[in-house]
Design a binder for this molecule. Structure first.
Ligand SMILES: [Zn+2]
Length: 316
């Protein structure tokens, strides 16, 4: 005779959730990531399964590492901080998974979930509630949400994103704003009149890029639908957008605030509406890693990670 499963015997009981909330949240976040992952593989068999699992784990590790670094600086209890960092890392993985589904309907949610995960990892050393201080990207802005504070929602302009958007809009062959894709992505998406986009990292036999991401701005070429699939390509570029966001939330915004604070009162006033996000720690790691290994841009960490979630829209 089989015994009935009581709430205490279930894998995640209500008592467990009350006594160990961070462990429960970690299990929920990892379960969510696995669920999205399974459904994504059913739709996108072109992904490299080994690389994909490796980068899912890497994002969880990045969340934990960021939280450990904060705990070392602030002296916060290491165990709770690491668990919160793991929760944040699992949410970042899930956000990238949502983008990797290649559906425009989940692209915006995927970017925001990546930002929520990075925010949770960044705030892991504080005793404040999990979602008490969240940075969400609506490029070219970073929106900061602090429920219950005197200014619950504030927005600051990203300097690199503003510069990137201005240079694209004032360039020689002016692209047009694709408002539908922009709203679905959470960042400016523009259609260039060029058949292919000039690319310094494209090899000798390459005619140019289908699309490019630069500091929160995506441009795609006019050949969409003829020699590449736009939906899949925008998913790949949005993954680069998620990498940019992860970097900004985990380190870039803090670095900007610290640098501006050193300028005294004018700098602190400037930081109320501007993020000078030129120093992006993970981007520097990506560049340094590529140089040390002597690999082409296509084989760099960022490119390999982006392709592991969203391979791109090349029509094969
Ligand atoms: Zn790429």
């Amino acid at each position: 005779m089989t015994k009935p499963v009581t709430r205490e015997r279930a894998g995640l009981s209500l008592r467990d959730m009350r006594s160990r909330p961070w462990h429960s949240l970690l299990l929920i976040a990892l379960g969510l990531s696995a669920t999205v992952s399974a459904s994504t593989f059913a739709q996108a068999p072109a992904r490299d399964r080994t690389a994909h699992v490796r980068f899912l784990a890497l994002n969880v590790a990045i969340g934990a590492t960021a939280s450990i670094a904060r705990a070392v600086v602030t002296g916060a209890p290491l165990r709770t901080t690491i668990t919160k960092g793991l929760v944040g890392g699992a949410l970042m993985s899930t956000g990238m998974e949502l983008i990797g589904t290649e559906s425009p309907a989940t692209r915006f949610a995927g970017l925001q979930l990546t930002a929520v995960g990075a925010s949770v990892s960044r705030n892991a050393d504080t005793g404040a509630p999990l979602l008490s201080d969240i940075t969400l990207p609506i490029y070219p802005f970073y929106v900061r949400v602090r429920p219950g504070s005197s200014r619950p929602v504030t927005a600051r302009l990203s300097a690199t994103s503003a510069v990137s958007l201005a240079s694209v809009l004032t360039g020689g062959r002016r692209p047009h704003m694709d408002w539908g894709a922009t709203l679905a992505t959470g960042a400016p998406v523009l259609r260039s009149p060029r058949w292919r986009l000039p690319s310094a990292t494209c090899g000798d036999l390459c005619e140019g890029a289908f699309a490019q991401h630069s500091a929160g701005v995506i441009v795609y070429s006019a050949s969409a639908g003829t020699d590449y699939d736009l939906r899949r390509t925008l998913a790949h570029e949005s993954l680069h957008l998620a990498q940019q966001t992860r970097d900004a939330v985990l380190g870039g915004i803090t670095a900007s605030d610290a640098a501006l604070a050193r300028l005294g009162t004018p700098g602190r006033s400037l930081s109320r509406f501007l993020v000078v996000d030129f120093l992006m720690p993970l981007r520097l790691v990506d560049e340094a890693d590529a140089r040390v290994r002597g690999v082409r841009r296509r084989d760099s960490w960022y490119e390999t990670e982006a392709r592991a979630f969203a391979p791109g829209g090349e029509l094969r």
